[in-house]
Ligand binder design. Sequence first.
Ligand SMILES: [Mg+2]
Length: 266
Amino acid sequence: MLGAIIGDIVGSRFEFGAAPKRDFELFTSECSYTDDTICTVAIADAVLNGREYKDALRDWCNRYPDPMGAYGNMFAQWLASDDPQPMNSFGNGSAMRVSPIGWLYSDWEEVIGEAERSAVVTHNHPEGIKGAQCIAEVISWLRHMRFTKPEIERKVQKFFQYEIPPMKDILKIGAQGHFDATCQETVPMALRCFIDANNFEETIRLAVMCDGDTDTKACIAGSVAEAYYGIPDWMVERTFAYLPDDMLEILDQFYTKIRSEINPKQ
Ligand SMILES: [Mg+2]
């Protein structure tokens, strides 16, 4: 979950500008959490505190109505509606907010089912659902099965029919100014960043350097990388400084639960 938030914060300042060079500064005063973080916290709150996904998303997004980068147009209309209905979206928003489900559920059926439930309140298009299910399941696989990266790539192709493009192709279309905003594009690109990088920090850097939807690509890649590598302490500390108290409370609740499941004595 925190891996997603770190990717979002680091990628935030590059969403609408040129991609940075390899040694760019990760955390600056221009960085902020964006909709990716707010929606991720909302999904965690829903699972941890027994809330409906729709209610939690609307609550958190209305608490933070004007994040850096703004909400997408369709999602903003959904937030403003008195009677919000699913919008048949296949935008990458369903995959960027799903990471808590990969940690808080374990069985294949549970992870797949909850990822779908978290998606369909807005992203009820089959590709929107699939994007969320794939990322939640990859996190679950990495945590419980300790699959290797080649195994992850094969299983993603087998169960979710994503062809993960080579990095050179992703960099090429990013350099051409292409902005990826769908699950079909962003999910396999983010997985390539995870597969090609050698550690958590490098995963985030690669995803941001691919340009396009930098915060969401880094958010999704970071959420997967956390399950594989963990997160360096210094990055956790820097990230906390960007987050308001109510988000920190949900993070505390989330990691307390995760730790207690790994070590029941804690
Ligand atoms: Mg965003």
